[in-house]
Design a protein around this ligand. Sequence first.
Ligand SMILES: *Cc1c(COP(=O)(O)O)cnc(C)c1O
Length: 379
Amino acid sequence: MTRESDAHQLETRDLPDGIDREDWENPTWQLRNRIRTVDELARYIDPTPEEVAAIEDLSRRFRFVITPYYAHLMSREDPSCPLRRQVVPSLEEAQDEAGLADPLDEVLHSPVKNVIRVYPDRIAFCVNNECALYCRYCLRKRMVGDVDWSMQKKELQTALDWIAVTPEIRDVLLTGGDPLVYSDGRLEWLLERLHAIPHVELIRLGTRLPVTLPYRVTQELCDMLSRYHPIWVNTHFNHPREITSAAAQACDRLLRAGIPVGNQSVLMRGINDDLETMRALCEGLVRIRVRPYYCYQAQLLEGTSHFRVPIERGLELFRALRGRTSGFAIPQFVLDTPHGKVPLDYPFWRGREGQDALMETWDGHIWREPNPLDSAGEG
Ligand SMILES: *Cc1c(COP(=O)(O)O)cnc(C)c1O
């Protein structure tokens, strides 16, 4: 298979001139040296005239920032590189009529600032508006990159107070932005307070840093997190080429700290919407012990129509994986709506004929299962 040797080649590729390995693997160095201009980008790739124009036109509307680590994984020559398309602006972002700024009506589902509640028992708690890099298809485009909005302890405390007086909340998902952009100290301040609320049974972190800045996932961070168990992490790999040994090591450190690591990907045109890529992604994840959890249908979000595919494409893709790879390698395909996530399942269930239930098997047979409607408890 070529895909693994590709990833290997990318990773062992020499670092750009004048950068030493120790700096490179230092997360502070990575954050301080993030790419924000065409000139800086040109160190890693040869930007096309369209990309240059898009960076100049669009970076004012939605922040353009890439970590050196991630930039180094992109193809220098190929503008259709699936990693490059996730983070380098495209003029197509300006040509989207249908998109909405807030497709999930998150603003309406916010009982207190920075908390989004669509389920009775669990919330998304947006702890900041900063990421290591900015994905062009980001759901929270409307808030990330708003440089004046810097979350203060006081605001976090207001949300914590709300959680403390809302006993139904048993599961708190820290998201943002990205909670791992916080220093260990600041994150611990928050975890300590959440952990002390008796009805909060578990804390989850949604973070893309294992993918975009894996060196941030230090042993010290994992040791700190493990003091607040049960902690669960969901990360966000979209393409098998993102599964580098640095990313695998970051996930391994989390797993060894007793933290289950899941993955949430987004189904995107030309990035992972073909069977070979999706399968390599899912199988690559289980090889590093990361469980594919959700794959999202891309939202009706402004500036992202070039990434969207018909929902049927996802149904067919995950139907094709069923039976052809480990069951736990297959994520649930979902659409997030203002009412929560809706599982989008291929209709293996074909309904009923009299006393028989009909279903399609993975290899296309129709199975007839005798299953009388009155079989339970009567007579
Ligand atoms: C995704 C999400 C959750 C968590 O949902 P699970 O299906 O339990 O993973 C909770 N709150 C909000 C607002 C969400 O978007």
